[in-house]
Design a protein around this ligand. Sequence first.
Ligand SMILES: *[C@@H]1O[C@H](CO)[C@@H](O)[C@H](O)[C@H]1NC(C)=O
Ligand SMILES: *[C@@H]1O[C@H](CO)[C@@H](O)[C@H](O)[C@H]1NC(C)=O
Ligand SMILES: *[C@@H]1O[C@H](CO)[C@@H](O)[C@H](O)[C@H]1NC(C)=O
Ligand SMILES: *[C@@H]1O[C@H](CO)[C@@H](O)[C@H](O)[C@H]1NC(C)=O
Ligand SMILES: *[C@@H]1O[C@H](CO)[C@@H](O)[C@H](O)[C@H]1NC(C)=O
Ligand SMILES: *[C@@H]1O[C@H](CO)[C@@H](O)[C@H](O)[C@H]1NC(C)=O
Length: 356
Amino acid sequence: MASTIKSLTSFLFLISSSFLLHSSFHVTKAQAQSYPPLVEGLSWDFYDNSCPKLESIIRKQLKKVFKQNIGLAAGLLRLHFHDCFVRGCDGSVLLAGSASGPSEQDAPPNLTLRLEAFQTIDDLRRRVHKRCGRVVSCSDVTALAARDAVYLSGGPNYSVPLGRRDGLNFATRNETLSFLPPPTSNTSALITSLAKLNLDAYDLVALSGGHTIGIGHCGSFRNRLYPTQDPVMDKTFAKNLYGTCPTSNSNDTTVLDIRSPNRFDNKYYVDLMNRQGLFTSDQDLYTDRRTKGVVTSFAIDQQLFFERFAYSMVKMGQLSVLTGNQGEIRANCSIRNVDLFLSSVVEDGEKGLSQF
Ligand SMILES: *[C@@H]1O[C@H](CO)[C@@H](O)[C@H](O)[C@H]1NC(C)=O
Ligand SMILES: *[C@@H]1O[C@H](CO)[C@@H](O)[C@H](O)[C@H]1NC(C)=O
Ligand SMILES: *[C@@H]1O[C@H](CO)[C@@H](O)[C@H](O)[C@H]1NC(C)=O
Ligand SMILES: *[C@@H]1O[C@H](CO)[C@@H](O)[C@H](O)[C@H]1NC(C)=O
Ligand SMILES: *[C@@H]1O[C@H](CO)[C@@H](O)[C@H](O)[C@H]1NC(C)=O
Ligand SMILES: *[C@@H]1O[C@H](CO)[C@@H](O)[C@H](O)[C@H]1NC(C)=O
């Protein structure tokens, strides 16, 4: 078994090196990146007049941020996923008061998003608004930050359709739980869950490739270790995971992609072929006959993965967006304008009172 895996790995290595030799072919393909149709109200050049420096402000700042803390790249990517899966990409996940929002202390551990990720988004928003005025939405900043998280950690540089507006409604706990499939899901459950969002099995495998960066908590994969080890899991890999999570209530974390934890590449799929996927929702993609072939095709062709990932990200990034006069452009990503301006009026009022 071990030798089969080893020879498979070297087989894959040979294939990927031979692809390198033909990189000029892939460059041509990359330039011909195809995208899903744009929904009405979004466009590629939405801010060309109102905020022409938008993309460079974000990229320049994130380059600095990731130099300090590359782990934040996965956090920003995850934020965009959560935003789009729950209520559509309308920035509702960013609101203090949403079920997995920045102020939520009771979110189940599987939902906790990193506070620094929220802060980074609002910091980017502040920089952009300082330069251009309040014209760019928090949901667009989140979509661009996710793209740069991918690109700056080694992944594809795809274009992001822009023009989203920020929502006025909080993401409830129910909505949050019902649209975000747990990491213990098998492929059938994932396919059903994504179908509700008009995403198909191909999108599922491509978007799961986001797990090429980031970390997972013991609680999200303890079902594969306790009470008994998932027989699908590679033995050595399992042994190391028992080291990280020695008991069924351990709270430690480990990397999602053991081959290149901070690099956005196709090694995640190589992990799956070697039975070294971390979550059930990862590993089952290589067990289920509907998705196994796609996993293999991404494992042997990184350029194909990059193209499909970009395609599916743009598709996901347009889920139930608000455009035109819908919603608003938030002045602070974690607060609706009505609450923000209300609270500043109240504060002024209080100040006034105290002077008496
Ligand atoms: C990345 O893509 C953006 C948007 O399409 C483009 O403006 C930029 O020039 C690209 N940057 C690089 C380094 O390829
Ligand atoms: C949340 O979902 C549960 C189960 O699906 C349902 O019983 C409950 O009424 C929902 N709560 C709200 C506030 O929608
Ligand atoms: C998170 O855990 C809760 C139980 O605490 C479970 O109902 C839910 O399905 C899980 N969701 C995710 C996204 O992991
Ligand atoms: C997948 O999970 C669902 C719900 O958790 C379960 O009912 C189903 O039997 C599972 N399918 C397979 C093939 O394991
Ligand atoms: C993990 O965290 C939970 C909740 O905070 C706590 O009850 C549990 O004892 C912790 N487990 C360990 C092994 O520290
Ligand atoms: C946005 O609101 C949050 C929550 O009230 C606050 O902590 C943060 O400082 C605000 N950001 C800015 C730039 O004012």
